[in-house]
Design a protein around this ligand. Structure first.
Ligand SMILES: *Cc1c(COP(=O)(O)O)cnc(C)c1O
Length: 368
């Protein structure tokens, strides 16, 4: 199927003249800068945040591109993944007219972004093992469907989605296909580590789709610095796509969407890929231990295989258990009302000490 970005964009976005910032109009680094109405001296705290930051974060993109195996021009950075999620909806969907397709149970922001923008949602549930029903998805697509959202590893189920299913959607759908890989670091194997048990199917399952960007002009990959990189508080989302799509996002984003402080911290953090990999390894070890210890607790009915940094666990009476845990100030995520997740709690893998606190509480509660 041929992909034509112009026909996917809302007409007024296609023709939009973006705000031109002072830093757009003069890009040199040296000079007497009297163009942006900044304070020329300093910040009130004596630091130097008085100049507007690079609107396109080029220093970061140059450093990030080789880490991700993409070109700098294929990267968009946002204020969390929330920002590209919202920008993609706003760029493509005319309210009350166009729609997006999601596959529950999945990440809540796709629906929230559509709801905020008054964009209708087509829902095609995942199969009971949380894979894509490609036939049903393609049958549910209408001429007004602009975006199909795929989350892999999926939140809240934790599993990777089969690569072949994603490729089938990419090939047979002429709109945008967004693959949200917020948890991909926990699915890819840091060099020289044993494959975690739950990834035994990895032959037929995805690693990152970033290496398919040049093959599929309708592919968009989302990743984040909030999980494996441990930078959730900075609010940093990554979006990878064709140059053409990235240009559109740059055109409609708030001009200085990442603060100078955020950019400075991230630029330094990118030196620590090895530390990130080690943190991922530690979390994967804890994930397997947590799963093994949960299995023997009588109220645990099922632990779903995870390629992420959390476990979806089916309990006897999940809601009651959730409330009992809260009373002990142990907070997990109640997913028991979510499609296909009846009686399920989503448990983030904590530190070894935190996991022990949880396990002890669950053991005690199951003895009552
Ligand atoms: C946590 C998460 C994100 C990350 O969101 P940020 O806004 O980047 O913190 C994105 N997608 C999914 C599915 C997530 O679970």
């Amino acid at each position: 199927m041929t992909f034509d970005l112009a026909s996917i964009l809302r007409p007024h976005i296609l023709n939009l003249v973006p705000y031109s910032s002072a830093r757009d109009e003069y890009t040199g680094k040296e000079g007497v800068f009297l163009d942006a109405n900044e304070n020329p001296y300093q910040s009130v705290n004596g630091q130097q945040w008085n100049r507007y930051p690079d609107p396109y974060q080029w220093a970061i993109k140059e450093k990030l591109a080789p880490i991700k195996g993409v070109r700098p021009s294929q990267i968009f950075l946002g204020n969390g993944s929330d920002e590209p999620i919202d920008l993609l909806v706003r760029a493509t969907c005319t309210p009350r007219e166009d729609n997006i397709l999601i596959m529950p149970p999945t990440y809540g922001m796709y629906q929230v972004s559509a709801d905020i923008n008054d964009v209708p949602i087509v829902k095609v549930p995942l199969t009971p093992d949380f894979q894509i029903d490609t036939e049903k998805v393609l049958a549910a697509v209408t001429p007004k469907t602009k975006i199909i959202w795929i989350c892999s590893p999926n939140n809240p189920s934790g599993n990777l989605v089969k690569r072949e299913a994603i490729l089938t959607i990419l090939t047979n759908f002429s709109g945008l296909v967004v693959v949200d890989e917020a948890y991909i670091d926990f699915a890819e194997l840091p060099e020289s580590s044993e494959p975690p048990e739950s990834s035994e199917l990895s032959g037929s399952l995805t690693a990152s789709f970033t290496n398919e960007l040049d093959n599929y002009p309708n592919l968009i990959v989302l990743q984040t610095f909030s999980k494996a990189w441990g930078l959730a508080s900075l609010r940093l989302g990554m979006c990878f796509a064709s140059e053409e799509i990235i240009k559109v996002l740059n055109k409609i984003k708030p001009p200085y969407n990442l603060s100078g402080a955020t950019q400075a911290i991230l630029l330094e953090a990118l030196d620590f890929v090895e530390t990130k990999n080690q943190l991922v390894k530690d979390i994967l070890v804890e994930r397997e231990r947590l799963a093994q210890e949960l299995v023997v607790i009588p109220t645990v009915k099922h632990i779903y295989p995870s390629d992420a940094n959390f476990l979806l666990v089916k309990f006897e009476k999940a809601k009651q258990l959730f409330d009992d845990l809260i009373k002990q100030k142990i907070i997990v995520r109640d997913r028991s009302k979510v499609t296909l997740c009846e009686d399920c709690l989503r448990i983030t893998v904590g530190t070894s000490e935190e996991n022990n606190v949880l396990l002890e509480a669950l053991k005690k509660l199951s003895e009552q």
